[in-house]
Ligand binder design. Structure first.
Ligand code: KG4
Ligand code: ZN
Length: 353
């Protein structure tokens, strides 16, 4: 009998631990965000992420255990994110989980981060199967047909940048700070008439794939054409330089941000709902950091309502990286006896589950 699992997630820039009981109840859920450590660089710096995970993992696990009211000897097993993600970051969680499992003589399992995201909505909602699941994050923009919990097939994905990556790069270009999605959503609020026509890459193609690099380039071209920043650094990389808009050009920035958000949400909503319709299904579930975006949620909800499709998005804390979702996926692994050995290793790319 499974009394409780400890779940650990360190795939990117959140150090997270959760305790889940045998019935799937989340007893505790702790996330230490490293956003402030990476904000100065305008994006996640892998080496800094690994080092912060090393510092944070023990206090985060301690806090998760304490908040659950359980002790180490109450744990029946440990579930840890195996990939995809930053290898150095993943290895911190994996090494910690292995050592603890070995010390406590309890089983271990390695979880696919995307499996975690796709099941995150089940923490708060009843899900029906099959359905279409969309993961939209800083590293992924992928559509899956989810046939049963943990049983999914990839049907479409981004050909270049992930949606969150595009939000982050556009925010960097517009000098708005990091993380891009949050600041773009904030600055775009209330803007209905932005006055720009932006491309909708791959929208008309009869598949479920996405492309965001063309949209990003369209924003760059707009910024260059309108001469918004007199000293524009076109490299998009390195430390973001503080640059001021040319006099009188400040007002364009929220409008450009709103135009980008509208185009990105339109493409995501259209492709996801096309998948639901083509597969003759009645449920769309989204997850990942970009799924926090209110404009995206509203665009999908409005269209889904018109189509008679049920739309489910987890609350924001379960959209972004967390260990509760890894715990739920872990529970399934344990019930199915899918244990990992102490040779468990990190996987940087792992799209199909
Ligand atoms: O799922 P997540 O926390 O980490 C990854 O697994 O990547 O997603 C982070 C991404 C970042 O690119 C961030 O800009 C984006 O999610 N994001 C948002 C919002 N909040 C976070 N994008 C759009 N709107 C938001 N409100
Ligand atoms: Zn994620």
């Amino acid at each position: 009998m499974i009394k409780a699992l400890l779940a650990i997630e360190t795939s990117c820039d959140e150090t997270a631990a959760a305790v889940v009981d045998g019935g799937g109840r989340i007893l505790s859920d702790v996330v230490a965000s490293q956003v402030a450590d990476h904000a100065v660089f305008g994006g996640v710096v892998p080496e800094i992420a690994s080092r912060r995970h090393v510092e944070l993992i023990q206090p985060v696990v301690d806090e998760a255990l304490q908040a659950s009211g359980l002790k180490l000897h109450d744990l029946s097993g440990i579930a840890v994110t195996q990939g995809p993600g930053l290898v150095g970051a993943l290895l911190v969680g994996i090494s910690y989980a292995k050592a603890l499992a070995y010390g406590l003589k309890i089983p271990l399992c390695g979880i696919n981060h995307l499996d975690g995201h796709l099941g995150a909505a089940a923490i708060e909602h009843e899900l029906t199967y099959p359905h279409i699941g969309m993961v939209v994050s800083g590293g992924h923009t992928s559509l899956y047909r989810v046939n049963a919990p943990g049983k999914m097939g990839l049907i479409g994905q981004t050909m270049d940048d992930a949606a969150g990556e595009a939000f982050d790069k556009v925010a960097k270009l517009l000098n708005l700070g990091y993380p891009g999605g949050v600041v773009i959503e904030k600055i775009s609020q209330g803007i209905t008439e932005h006055g720009f026509e932006l491309p909708r890459p791959m929208l008309k193609e009869d598949n479920y794939d996405f492309s965001f690099s063309g949209l990003k380039t369209a924003i760059l071209n707009l910024v260059v054409r309108l001469k918004i920043f007199p000293d524009l650094d076109l490299s998009f990389s390195g430390m973001p330089r503080k640059r001021e808009p040319a006099p009188g050009m400040e007002a364009y920035i929220p409008r450009i941000a709103a135009a980008f958000q509208e185009a990105a949400c339109d493409v995501l909503a259209t492709k996801a709902l096309k998948a639901v319709q083509d597969h003759q299904l009645d449920l769309l579930v989204i997850s990942g950091g970009v799924a926090c975006n209110t404009a995206l949620r509203e665009t999908i909800r409005e269209r889904a309502d018109r189509m008679g499709v049920r739309f489910v998005a987890p609350s924001k804390k379960y959209c972004t990286d967390n260990a509760a979702m890894i715990g739920l996926a872990g529970l399934r692994h344990f019930k199915e006896g899918r244990y990992a050995g102490l040779d468990l290793n990190a996987v940087s790319r792992w799209d199909s589950v």
